[in-house]
Design a protein around this ligand. Structure first.
Ligand SMILES: Cc1cc2nc3c(=O)[nH]c(=O)nc-3n(C[C@H](O)[C@H](O)[C@H](O)COP(=O)(O)OP(=O)(O)OC[C@H]3O[C@@H](n4cnc5c(N)ncnc54)[C@H](O)[C@@H]3O)c2cc1C
Length: 671
């Protein structure tokens, strides 16, 4: 056969109506729901999972009303139901109208396997990739391409590195199914979160789910960064069981680990690919419960598939981390990670002080804000206040908010008063020394991340050469130099801010040009005094202070809090002297943002970068002094204050050019 006749794997690939990548709980619930709606007969289905799913690997528990659809739909799978809970220190609490239900994973898997139809295929391999081309979405299995009209992706998720304000810890557990010699009292009562065990600097507790008067699942659970190992759990489980139930026989073991995370799940958004279960943020970060959420997702999904409605978009991390419940989860996760010793007190106070049904509704995110306040009143305040302060300080809007406060303070101090000048120039100087100049003094590290005896001296030489070239340009053609300076400043400001606020390249450039024009144009007289000294040019028109309003409206619609605060302080800074407005932007916004990008790029701590920048930073000040002293004066440069500022800006322009060029390579590499 000639080569040209070899089948193209992309066009000859087999196609299914539905492909399930992953055949765990979420996929099973969707398949059951499709079966319930008689939607399986006419569709071809491919299920791909390296696991056979013939073991009982999980115990799914959830609370629900007896007449809730989840209980009705899954009644035949529910193995046990408990009508009350026993919580140490809080006592015995009936759950009515709720009950706590238990489904063994193997029953769920078997149920789906029983409904398997001849038009279903199964592959016991991992899916290595899910993609889309101009024809359709497809999976790659064993280097083979298989197309799907809809692909349901429930492969175990991976998470991105945690960002500021995020936490990634684990709920790990080791459970023993036991047969006891002593009769278990009240087998219709389960024990949740019994903290009366050694904490060993963790947050850990026991669950007891009695299955009969002499059988139970006893589970040691830990919340935290360190995963509970089977051998570490053994002594505690043995002691606990013997204390509460006497002699026992171990019949089975359940070992598991659920990420308790509000970090971003690595997942591409691909048309006709629907993420399910844990991969679609269905695990509640602070509890690890997911089963009910997955059931509801299955119902909604099948409803839209069978009614030809648009299927729900995959949950985006931004959405999953928005809202007050995500905020509560974030606080608790932070406490559990950094102060696990508080876990016991928090959960005991919660169950002791708040009626169990309210606690469960709170965990279901169904409470009103007022009810949540009554819950918080019962909790210890100290760890939450400290987690809250930490979250505020590290939140992405805090810096903009602080800049807003500084603008208000400077404005309140009146124009050109002594105190305003001391605070304004004081902050300007501190900012310049701590981050303004240093953020441009690490450019030599950007390429290699360290001092490279071959590359770095060459880099520094070429850096100084570019700066000197700019200096000559200012001397010879000040108008041209000024225009070039304004252009690359706008480009560079837009690049840094655009990355911070998630703008595309065009919007970044528009924003960079706008912010520069806004600061200069709302201070027309002062700006023109300087630009005419340094570049023989004046801005032809003033910028109206309201020009920021359209951006403000847009940012409110986009719910970009940090950007909104920035626009408000920019608006206020139009009423401050030019240098203060420029300092607020250049140091408070631009330099700190760039510094953060540099720190991420170099994967180094701030202190280390600052120390590495020190020699170049000191060198920059030295060049500034030389510049102020030696820069050839002509009739534009008299000895007035303004002319000194003019020389200062020429210096900034000279050292900015090579900096903008170096950072450009960082930003384009990042892309
Ligand atoms: C031990 C344990 C107990 C839990 N108990 C509860 C509980 O009581 N209540 C509750 O609400 N939640 C519970 N959860 C949380 C949650 O309900 C479960 O994690 C649930 O299984 C998540 O469903 P899923 O379909 O997203 O993932 P899974 O059920 O884990 O299914 C994912 C499937 O994808 C497969 N897979 C992975 N990689 C690939 C690949 N590359 N290609 C193809 N297939 C792949 C895996 O083999 C697996 O079968 C528990 C979790 C664990 C780990």
């Amino acid at each position: 056969m000639p080569n040209s006749a070899i089948a193209n794997p992309y066009t000859s690939a087999k196609e299914y109506d539905f492909i399930f990548a992953g055949y765990g709980a979420a996929a099973s619930l969707v398949l059951l729901q499709l079966h319930r709606k008689n939607a399986l007969d006419k569709v071809s289905i491919l299920i791909i999972d390296p696991e056979k799913k013939n073991k009982n690997d999980k115990t799914f528990c959830f609370w629900a009303n007896n007449d809730d659809s989840i209980v009705k739909d899954l009644k035949h799978l529910i193995k046990h139901t408990w009508s009350s809970v026993l919580i140490k220190n809080a006592g015995h609490s009936p759950l009515a109208p709720l009950s706590y239900h238990h489904i063994s994973s193997i029953d769920l898997y078997r149920e789906v396997q029983q409904i398997e139809k001849p038009n279903w295929d199964r592959l016991l391999y991992p899916v290595s990739q899910i993609e889309r081309d101009q024809i359709s979405a497809y999976v790659v299995v064993n280097n083979e391409i298989i197309r799907g009209k809809k692909i349901f992706d429930s492969r175990t998720p991976s998470y991105e590195k945690v960002s500021k304000g995020e936490t990634h810890i684990f709920q790990s557990f080791v459970g023993w199914e036991i047969e006891t010699s002593k009769t278990i009292e009240n087998p219709t009562t389960c024990r949740l979160m019994d903290f009366e065990i050694a904490q060993n600097n963790f947050t850990q507790f026991m669950y007891v789910l009695p299955f009969s008067s002499n059988k139970a699942l006893v589970e040691l659970t830990r919340f935290g960064s360190e995963i509970l190992k089977e051998n570490n759990a053994e002594t505690q489980l043995k002691d606990y069981i013997q204390t509460h139930f006497g002699d026992f026989k171990r019949e089975a073991i359940e070992i598991g680990c659920i990420p308790m995370s509000n970090a971003k799940i690595i997942n591409d958004q691909i048309k006709d690919v629907v993420s399910l279960g844990a991969r679609n943020y269905k695990v509640k970060p602070s509890t690890g419960y997911a089963f009910k959420n997955m059931y509801f997702q299955a119902c909604e999904l099948v409803d839209s598939l069978t009614n030809s409605k648009k299927t729900e978009e995959n949950v985006q991390h931004e959405k999953a981390s928005r809202g007050r419940f995500a905020f509560y989860d974030a606080l608790l996760l932070r406490i559990l990670q950094h102060n696990p010793q508080w876990g016991k007190t928090i959960f005991q106070s919660l169950f002791k002080g708040v009626e169990i049904n309210r606690v469960l509704r709170f965990l279901d995110q169904k409470t009103s804000f007022y009810e949540e306040l009554t819950v918080f009143m019962k909790l210890p305040w100290k760890p939450f206040i400290s987690a809250l302060l930490h979250n505020i300080i590290t939140s992405n809007w805090f810096r903009s908010f602080l800049l807003l406060l500084i603008s208000v303070l400077l404005l309140a101090l009146g124009n050109e008063t002594i105190i305003q000048n001391i605070i304004g120039y004081g902050l300007f100087l501190i900012g310049f020394i701590t981050v303004g100049i240093p953020h441009g003094a690490v450019d030599h590290l950007l390429e290699t991340g360290h001092w490279d005896s071959k590359k770095t001296p060459r880099f520094i030489f070429s850096y100084l050469l570019q700066a000197a070239a700019m200096g000559f340009l200012w001397y010879l053609f000040p108008e041209l130099a000024l225009i070039i300076f304004l252009l690359y400043s706008a480009w560079h400001f837009g690049q840094a801010d655009g990355k911070q606020w998630g703008f595309g390249p065009a919007l970044s450039l528009i924003w960079g040009a706008f912010v520069l024009f806004y600061i200069l144009g709302t201070h027309l007289l002062e700006s023109n005094t300087i630009t005419s000294i340094i570049g023989n040019l004046s801005l032809p028109i003033a910028c109206p202070i309201w020009a920021v309003i359209p951006w403000l409206i847009w940012s409110l619609f986009q719910k970009k809090v940090a950007f909104t605060f920035t626009l408000i302080w920019l608006l206020l800074s139009s009423q401050l002297p030019l240098l203060f407005a420029f300092g607020l932007y250049f140091i408070g916004q631009h330099s700190i943002t760039s510094w953060q990008h540099i720190s991420t790029h170099l994967k180094l701590k701030h202190q280390k970068i600052w120390l590495q920048a020190l020699p170049f930073h000191a060198g920059a000040w030295l060049i500034l002094l030389l510049f102020l002293y030696f820069y050839p004066s002509n009739d534009r440069f008299t000895s007035t204050d303004k002319s000194q500022w003019g020389i200062f800006f020429i210096f900034i322009a000279c050292i900015s050019l090579p900096h903008v060029i170096s950072m450009q390579s960082v930003y384009s590499k990042k892309k």
